[in-house]
Structures are given as structure tokens and as C-alpha cells.
Write a protein that binds this ligand. Structure first.
Ligand code: DGT
Ligand code: MG
Length: 414
């Protein structure tokens, strides 16, 4: 018998939203390589290329075992010529020359450094690189006027480029929940983004806020932001109406009440307190509004909770006892936090839309459009054949409308 008979051939459906992708990845070398090429294409404003590499990486992430030879990949979807060549090079020689040279290129390195500044996108970075700016020092020396976001981004550069741990996300969740409940007792806060998918770390912390009564969310964002601001939690914030509506993949306006869909990009001040003794056990955070139950003696502006091995303290004030801090050690760090407010009527769509992963979201919309003649957004689902909106009060209902098997958040890590 031939070797071929023993080859395990993998088989996966072609849309990422038809697959279960957990955090367990058996092909990290391959997916890291493809993701790097995707990132480089994205930073170079080559969206088509970027999506092609991301889809290829997502297929490799979904495989139930490690790939050892290209023959195993026969029949897999989304693997274009380019991606297959990269995979083949790695399987046969241990590395891809294209990936290695990209990684080491001055251009890629400069794009990474500059877009690592909060508020700096690929276009701005590109413009600066053309002027010969490749480093933060060169940017500072250039005399460019930075906007408020970029100034904050530069000021907190190191903190914001350090991954956020789940324990830190939980500490921030407690503060956000308290602020929300204090300005609107019935309101609910849900941790979304990568942390809802079970990721142990993230680049930011994403929250979705809603109120069980339609319209009850009105004016909520500004109150929450004011509250957090007065407590000294915000190093930076900018509240906008949801820009997704104006973005190119947004569908036509589904309803008038979507004008209330607001987003706040912020930088939180997270106090870290490893040495302090007394704290109450961590309040489970996540999918429902937390009861406003601080431990006795906790002032409103601070909460101390267990976070894995660390003890974290989020504080509104600069101070707090610092005797135990080594000289030069800052007792806090900056963390990117995104807040989104959704009316309850759109909550399921917002929850699905803000849980990610980004590729999973993109694939859901592609599935809806190409396979079902529907338009999906984080506001609504429109059936173009029936010319009507399809209501949903849970993610399960949305998957059902789309004719898809329900995929839980932990399996949306495409
Ligand atoms: P992370 O933070 O790097 O660990 O990864 P994620 O998955 O939390 O990604 P993030 O924080 O960039 O975004 C969370 C989800 O929110 C993402 O899957 C897609 C969605 N999202 C991000 N930006 C927008 C936006 O402008 N509009 C809409 N509708 N959704 C967005
Ligand atoms: Mg996130």
C-alpha cells in the first residue's frame, strides 16, 4: 500500500461561521506566518490580500491536528496559491523566506511601531514613513502635531502595547458595572470581544451596555463616562456615534432608533496592587449586570478583587498608600477600554457583532449576503427576499435565521 493511504486528509466547511474554532490551535507556526502576512497586507492598505491570508490562517486554526504535509490539505477551502506556497515552504524547510524577510523589513517594523500608537492607523503611519519617520523618537523630533488620541497613545505607548490579562479585564468590568448601575440601576453590562471568547489576554477590554427597557439606554453613555471621569478612571475618552454605520460594509440604516448607538474609546487607569492584604473574592463578571456589591469599606471609586495570582486594585485617585511600592514603580497602568451602548431591541445583534473574532464577523456577513440574500450588521438582520427585518432577542435566534448551527463564543476564535 502507498504512503498516501495513511495520510490524514482534513476537511472543513468553507465559511468560518460554519466551523467551531476554539483557542486550541495545532498549527501555530503556520497560522502565525499567515497572520503576519495578513497583518502586513492590512497595514499596507491591501485589504483583499489581507482577508485572503486571514481566511487561510483561519482554516489552519480549525484543523483538529497538526499538518505535517501538503497532501493533507487537498480539498481544503480558502487556501490560495500564495498561502499554499507559504505553508509548503514552512513544512518542507521550516521557514518561509517571504515571512522572514517581511518580519525583518524596515517598512513592516516601522508600520508596527507607528500603528502601535493608539489613534494612528495605517494611512497616517504610511505618510510618516514616506517622510522617513520610522521610530517614536523620530516622530517626536519631527514636530508633527498629534491629535488628542495620538498624544494619549504616545504617552501610554508601553502600557497599551502590553497585553491586557483577564484578571485586569475583570477588575475593569467591576468598575464599569458599578458606574453603570450607579447612574442607571437596571442597566446591564456585558464583557464582549476576545475575553467573551475565552481569550486569556487581549489588546483592549470591550463592553456592551444596554437597558431592559427600550429607550432606557438613552443618555446612558454620557452619564457613565461623566461618572468614570469624575472618579478619575479615565486617562482619555472620546465618545462618538457609532461610526460603523458610515463604514463601507455597513448595510442601509435598519431603523431610526440606531442613532442612539454610541461608542466610547477610552484609556483606563488600572491600579495594580500586589502587596495589599485584604480584598474580597473576585466578583464573577461577564454576562449580566453585577449587583452593586462592593465589600464593606470599599469606597465607591475603588474595588479590590482577586485576579488569578495577582491582586488588582482599580483606583480613581492617583494616590493610595504607596509605602510598599518600590521607588520609581508606578502603581497603575493604562488599558484600552471600549464601551458600546445598544438599545435592548438591537442587543442580540450588538452582542454577536462585538464578540468577534473579526474574521468570524466578516464571514457571518459574507454568509448572510452570499448564501442567504440577507444583510447582517450589529444592529439588525434584513432579509432582502422578504424585504423585512428579522427580529431576534438572542444570538441563537440570529444563527437560526441565518440557517447556521449555533456556535458559542468560545468557538468563534477564527
Ligand atoms: P483583542 O482585543 O485584540 O484581544 O481582540 P478582539 O477580538 O476583542 O478584537 P477588538 O477588540 O478589536 O474588537 C472586538 C470585536 O468588536 C471585533 O470582533 C469586531 C467588533 N468591532 C470592532 N470594531 C468595530 C466597529 O467599529 N464596528 C463594529 N460593528 N464592530 C466592531
Ligand atoms: Mg478586544
Amino acid at each position: 500500500r502507498t504512503d498516501d493511504a495513511e495520510v490524514v486528509v482534513f476537511c472543513v466547511p468553507s465559511y468560518a461561521c460554519q466551523r467551531r474554532t476554539t483557542l486550541e490551535n495545532h498549527n501555530t507556526i503556520l497560522t502565525d506566518a499567515l497572520s503576519l502576512l495578513a497583518e502586513n497586507a492590512e497595514l499596507s492598505d491591501q485589504e483583499g490580500r489581507s482577508v485572503a491570508f486571514r481566511r487561510a490562517a483561519a482554516v489552519m486554526k480549525a484543523l483538529p491536528g497538526a499538518v505535517t504535509g501538503v497532501t493533507q490539505l487537498r480539498g481544503l477551502p480558502c487556501l490560495g496559491e500564495h498561502s499554499l506556497r507559504v505553508i509548503k515552504d514552512i513544512l518542507e524547510t521550516g521557514a518561509s523566506a517571504e515571512v522572514e524577510s517581511t518580519k525583518q523589513s524596515e517598512r513592516y517594523k516601522a508600520l508596527k511601531v507607528l500603528t502601535g500608537i493608539f489613534g494612528v492607523g495605517p494611512k497616517t503611519a504610511e505618510r510618516w514613513i514616506r517622510e522617513g519617520i520610522h521610530t517614536l523618537q523620530q516622530l517626536q523630533d519631527s514636530g508633527h502635531t498629534l491629535n488628542r488620541a495620538q498624544q494619549a497613545g504616545l504617552q501610554h505607548y508601553d502600557d497599551l502595547n502590553q497585553p491586557v490579562a483577564k484578571a485586569e479585564a475583570d477588575a475593569i468590568a467591576e468598575v464599569v458595572e458599578r458606574a453603570v448601575v450607579s447612574v442607571s440601576p437596571g442597566a446591564q453590562v456585558t464583557l464582549t470581544g476576545g475575553f467573551r471568547r475565552g481569550k486569556p489576554t487581549g489588546h483592549d477590554v470591550d463592553f456592551l451596555i444596554t437597558h431592559p427597557e427600550e429607550g432606557g439606554e438613552d443618555g446612558l453613555m454620557s452619564k457613565v463616562v461623566s461618572r468614570l471621569e469624575s472618579q478619575g478612571f479615565l486617562l482619555y475618552q472620546k465618545t462618538t456615534r457609532n461610526s460603523y454605520l458610515e463604514s463601507k460594509d455597513g448595510p442601509a440604516r435598519p431603523a431610526s432608533n440606531m442613532d442612539r448607538f454610541e461608542r466610547c474609546f477610552s484609556i483606563f487607569k488600572l491600579h495594580e496592587d500586589e502587596g495589599r492584604g485584604t480584598g474580597h473574592p473576585g466578583t464573577p463578571t461577564g454576562n449580566t449586570a453585577a449587583a452593586n456589591s462592593g465589600s464593606p469599606g470599599d469606597s465607591d471609586s475603588r474595588s479590590q478583587i482577586h485576579g488569578g495570582e495577582q491582586r488588582l486594585l482599580v483606583s480613581g485617585e492617583d494616590g493610595g498608600p504607596e509605602e510598599t511600592k518600590p521607588a520609581g514603580h508606578r502603581p497603575w497602568r493604562a488599558v484600552r477600554v471600549d464601551l458600546v451602548v445598544s438599545p435592548i431591541s438591537q442587543f442580540a445583534f450588538a452582542l454577536l457583532g462585538w464578540t468577534g473574532s473579526k474574521l468570524f464577523e466578516r464571514e457571518l456577513r459574507r454568509w448572510a449576503g452570499h448564501e442567504k440574500t440577507m444583510s447582517l450588521s450589529s444592529h439588525a438582520l434584513y432579509d432582502n427576499k422578504q424585504s423585512r427585518y428579522l427580529r431576534a432577542t438572542s444570538e441563537q435566534e440570529i444563527f437560526a435565521h441565518l440557517g447556521l448551527e449555533f456556535i458559542p463564543p468560545s468557538e468563534r476564535n477564527a
